[in-house]
Design a binder for this molecule. Structure first.
Ligand code: ATP
Length: 259
């Protein structure tokens, strides 16, 4: 194991039924990295994230976070992780303010700290006027911003993001990308799972491509470019996962409409 790794995954395997969906993942992640974890649908990205978050414990292999095995029963490490789930559920009968206070209490933060950090972030994300409205009245983008605010409120060391840009407008995307870059520069570790290849290409300093439960590429964008003749990350992704049939499949979908 790399001594400096904030996340260390060794030979991680996981099966829900007979077949393994993670087939021996090895990853050493240092602080200050924005690591993008990409792969086709069903490759095993969310399963890996669930293992890191302690939501799955019947895996094989060794996972250490902050130098400590996560299966040891000590869940303190979770206090230093922020998580934006894909399509995350919120308690919609609460107001934004109540939800922020609720999450702050879960993390054991002082009320005044939650209030001050929450108020500032909500203002900067531009939905402070809705803070005392019920979440059920929020737009998709406002709900996503609330998920981001509450994932950051405890100033975590590791930030795990699953499609965090869902529903954000172009201006908010710019702000959020800048926030990620600054957090990484401050030594935070960002674990970023997304299908948006253009964003991944731009923000990551390391890209890990997982396919059918195994890592098939791991490096900077420039390093990945050397593995493929395709220039864009989308092209590299298609080539390394052996996918070349998009035109034929599209034609067949259109043809299916004509019968
Ligand atoms: P996507 O890009 O579609 O979100 P993913 O890479 O996050 O995919 P996972 O959700 O980790 O993929 O799923 C990996 C495999 O495990 C898939 O074949 C999926 O059907 C299977 N799987 C995931 N969750 C369960 C579960 N709770 N029970 C059984 N099989 C599951």
């Amino acid at each position: 194991m790399n001594k400096n790794a904030v996340i260390s995954i060794s030979n991680l395997k996981m099966k829900y039924s007979e077949e393994y969906v993670l087939k021996g993942i090895d990853l050493q992640i240092s602080p200050g990295q924005i690591i993008s974890y990409i792969g086709p649908n069903g490759a095993g990205k969310t399963t890996t994230i669930k293992v890191l978050l302690g939501m799955i414990d019947d895996f094989e292999g060794k996972v250490e976070i902050f130098g400590q095995e996560i299966t040891g029963g000590d869940i303190e490490y979770k206090k230093k992780i922020g998580y934006v789930p894909e399509g995350g559920q919120l308690y919609e009968t609460l107001t934004g303010q109540e939800y922020i206070e609720f999450i702050g209490k879960i993390y054991g933060l002082e009320d005044n700290v939650v209030s001050s950090r929450g108020q500032k972030m909500v203002e900067l994300f531009g939905f402070d006027k809705a803070l005392n409205d019920r979440i059920s009245s929020y737009s998709k983008g406002m709900k996503q911003k609330l998920l981001i605010v509450t994932a950051l409120i405890h100033n975590p060391e590791i930030i795990i993001l699953d499609e965090p840009l869902n529903g954000l407008d172009a201006n908010s995307v710019l702000v959020f990308k800048e926030v990620l870059s600054k957090l990484a520069k401050a030594g935070k570790t960002i674990f970023y799972s997304s299908h948006l290849m253009d964003v991944v290409e731009k923000i990551s300093n390391r890209i890990v491509l997982i396919f059918e439960g195994k890592i098939i590429a791991d490096g900077t964008f420039e390093e990945l470019q050397k593995l493929s003749e395709k220039g864009s990350l989308e092209g590299i992704f298609n080539e390394l996962t052996g996918f070349h049939e998009h035109e034929q499949i599209a034609e067949k979908i259109i043809a299916a409409l004509e019968n």
